[in-house]
Structure formats: C-alpha cells, structure tokens
Design a protein around this ligand. Structure first.
Ligand SMILES: C[S@@+](CC[C@H](N)C(=O)[O-])C[C@H]1O[C@@H](n2cnc3c(N)ncnc32)[C@H](O)[C@@H]1O
Length: 290
C-alpha cells in the first residue's frame, strides 16, 4: 500500500494503490469511447435508475464511475438535495469527472479514488446510500463478492443495487455472416480480461452472490441488440475494436497478422449493407437489500 499521489482536484484520498491498471486504458481514446458508449446506452441506464428508485434527494453511489458520464447524469437527477459518490481507481478519470462537474456546474458529487473491492475502507462516513449502480465494472474485477460485501453496510434497508454487465459475451458477439478472424479477436478480448482477473460471464454469478449476502433480486433482464453498418450502434463495437485490437497485440493475445485479418474482416463487414453484428448481451439487474 502506498500513499496516493496528490491530485490537482479534490478527491477523497485512496487507501489503495491499484496493482493492475484498467485493461482498456485511461487515455483519450478510451474516454471518447466511454462517452459514445454512454450516449448509446443512456436511455437504458435512465430506465434502470428510475426502476431502482433514483429521484431528487437520493444518495447514489456510482461504482467504477470512469470519467463520470453516468455520474453527472445521476447528479443532475438527484439534484441539490441529493448526492452522488463516484468511485474509481483511475485518478485520470476522476480528474475528467471533476472537469465535467465544473462545466455542468454540479456541486453534489463526491469523488473517491480507490478500489471498488475495498469500499468498506473508501467510504467511511457515507452510510445512507439509496441506490448503488455499477455498469461494466464487475466484469473487470477479480473479486465481485468483495464489491457486494464492501458496499452492503453503507446501504439503507430497502436500498437497491442496480447493475449493467455481461454474461455469455464471448459466445454471443458475432459478425454475421461469421468471419473467423473476428471470432478469434473476441476470444482474445475475453482472455485478456480474464488475465487481469476479469470475467466476461460475471452476470451469471451476481444474482447468487447478492442472495448469499442478504439481497433479493427483484429485476433481471437481458438486452440483446444487433448493429448494422451505417447505424449509430455500429460505432459502439467499431470504437471498441479499433481501440482494443492494438492493445491485444501489445499484450501478446493476438499476432500482428491476426490483428490485420480482424480489422480487414471488420472493414469488409462494414462495406456490406447486408451484414450485421450480434452485440454482447447486456444484462440488467436490480437487487433489494433486505
Ligand atoms: C468500462 S469502464 C466503465 C465506466 C463507467 N461505469 C461507465 O459505465 O461509463 C470500467 C471502469 O471501472 C474501473 N475499475 C475497474 N476495476 C476497478 C477497481 N478494482 N476499482 C476501481 N475502479 C475499477 C476502471 O478504472 C474504469 O473506469
């Protein structure tokens, strides 16, 4: 454990220094991708927040908030009588969240730099959470159970845990017609996340873990989408693969030749208006603290 570096913007200091950086990186390409991703999935997020009871005055925690695209929407919804606690291990992302808050004139966000698997130590003093939200974070952590046990004491009785995450990612994400070079890359993505402790099947485990720790699952649904070339949703996988394929090569998960073949397969599909991609199924869950 090391002392966190001083940040040019105020955050609650971390007691954890992460060992494994976020596998997709925290550069401007990933920030842009997360922004596009949020835009494309924001209606889905808003619907789940509403179902989970987020409203003016609520206290919400955004677990693994990244640059804070959801955090800032939540802060606007809960308004001046509510607050949003935003936790991430990336100081760079929290700095971007700070800048976004300034631009949107928000003053109800508390940024916390730390490991979401150690929320018990990060959150001292915040014991009245109405809704905990985690989107595309459980799939990157090695101990999802620790996230649940860490947040539980800070949630009110009846509080909701709302999650968007993946199950069956590796077998589902498919170009149609199938292209072997692309399929190989999808398998490499899943392998690279697993190598850092992540799990593209994590949503399969979450209902059981939540029940084990005193929650009742009140909503569980899958959102299975496709995208066709020329649609805005096409840019979601496109931005992901263009950012991540070079990282897969750097990490030794695919060769340069396999990367070129996959990008060629993608470009061919993009030129063919009859092709489509089956996107990874996004699962959503709400669990109530009993
Ligand atoms: C795919 S991004 C999702 C960001 C945000 N939830 C969203 O939906 O836009 C995953 C985020 O989880 C964060 N993260 C991954 N593992 C973490 C950990 N153990 N502790 C804190 N943050 C973590 C990363 O830094 C990154 O910001």
């Amino acid at each position: 454990m090391t002392t966190p570096t001083a940040l040019p913007h105020p955050v609650t200091p971390s007691i954890h220094e992460p060992g494994q950086p976020y596998v997709l990186g925290t550069g401007s390409d990933e920030t842009f991708r997360l922004g596009l991703q949020h835009r494309l999935w924001s209606a889905t997020a808003h619907a789940l927040w509403e179902k989970a009871g987020v409203q003016p005055g609520s206290t919400v925690i955004d677990i693994g908030c990244g640059p804070g695209h959801a955090t800032m929407d939540l802060a606007q919804i809960v308004g001046p009588t509510g607050r949003v606690i935003a936790v991430d291990e990336s100081a760079a992302f929290l700095k971007q969240l700070h800048d976004g808050e300034v631009a949107r004139r928000l003053n109800n966000v508390e940024r916390v730099l730390g490991d979401v698997q150690e929320l018990g130590e990060c959150l001292e003093g915040n014991e009245s959470i109405d809704v905990a939200y985690a989107r595309w974070v459980f799939c990157f952590v090695s101990d999802p159970e620790a996230v649940i046990t860490g947040i539980k004491p800070f949630m009110k009785q009846g509080a909701k845990f709302a999650v968007h995450d993946y199950f069956n990612y590796e077998r589902s994400m498919t170009l149609a017609p199938r292209r072997e070079a692309f399929t190989k890359v999808v398998q490499a993505v899943a392998a690279s996340w697993r190598s850092r402790g992540g799990d593209t099947d994590v949503m399969g485990k979450l209902p059981g873990l939540l029940v084990k720790h005193g929650f009742k699952v009140t909503h569980l649904e899958v959102l299975q989408r496709i995208a066709r070339p020329g649609t805005t949703m096409w840019h979601w996988p496109a931005s992901f693969f263009h950012n991540f394929i070079p990282k897969l090569v750097q990490g030794g998960f695919i060769t340069e030749g396999e990367a070129t073949a996959a990008l060629q397969a993608w470009a061919e599909a993009e030129r063919d208006p009859a092709s489509f991609i089956q996107l990874p199924p996004v699962y959503e869950l709400i669990a109530e603290k009993l």
